[in-house]
Design a protein around this ligand. Sequence first.
Ligand code: ATP
Ligand code: MG
Length: 174
Amino acid sequence: MQFRKLKLSGFKSFVEPAELHIEPGLTGVVGPNGCGKSNLLEAIRWVMGENSPKSLRSGGMDDVIFAGTQQRPPRDFAEVVLDASDANNQELQVTRRIERGAGSAYRVNGRDVRAKDVALTFADAATGAHSPALVSQGRIAAVIAAKPAERRQMLEEAAGIAGLHVRRRDAESK
Ligand code: ATP
Ligand code: MG
C-alpha cells in the first residue's frame, strides 16, 4: 500500500485545512519543536482507526479536535482524509471525522463504513494504526523491551496476518 495524500482539517494543531502530497520514496518532515510533526503521524494513525489515548497523546477522543488558542476559537470537528493506492494499485480513500461529543464516523471511497471495516482494510495490507512501520517518538526503546507475545504481534502485523485475528475475534463474538 502506498500513501499518496493526507488532508487534515481541525485535527490538533492543523486548524486550517492542510493538504500533504506524499511522493514515492522517503519522506522527511522537518520543522522546529512543537510545529506539528508528530501530529501528522498521529493523523495517519487516527484515520486508520487508532483510539488509544496514549498513541494519540490525548485524554479523551475529542482531544484530537483543535482546542483553540488565545487568537482562535476551538473547532467542533476534526477530519482527516487519507488517499492511498492498495497492493493492486486500486485507489483507496479513507475519511474519519469526529464531532465534539458525538464520536467518529468513517468513510471508504465515499461510503459510510464501520470502524471495523477500516481496521480490516489496513490489517490485510500489513499496515494500520498499530503497524510496526509506524514508530513514534520514544518507541524504539519500547520495541526493544517488548515481551515475547507483543513481539509476536508485531511480527504478525508485519507479515500481514493480523487481519485473520480481527476476523476470528469478529466471528467468535457472534
Ligand atoms: P517536537 O519536535 O518537539 O517533537 P513536533 O513537531 O512533533 O515537536 P507536535 O508534538 O506534533 O510537534 O505538536 C505539538 C503542538 O500541537 C503543540 O503546540 C500543541 O499545543 C499542539 N496541539 C496538540 N493538540 C492540539 C489540539 N487539540 N488543539 C490545538 N493544538 C494542539
Ligand atoms: Mg514530535
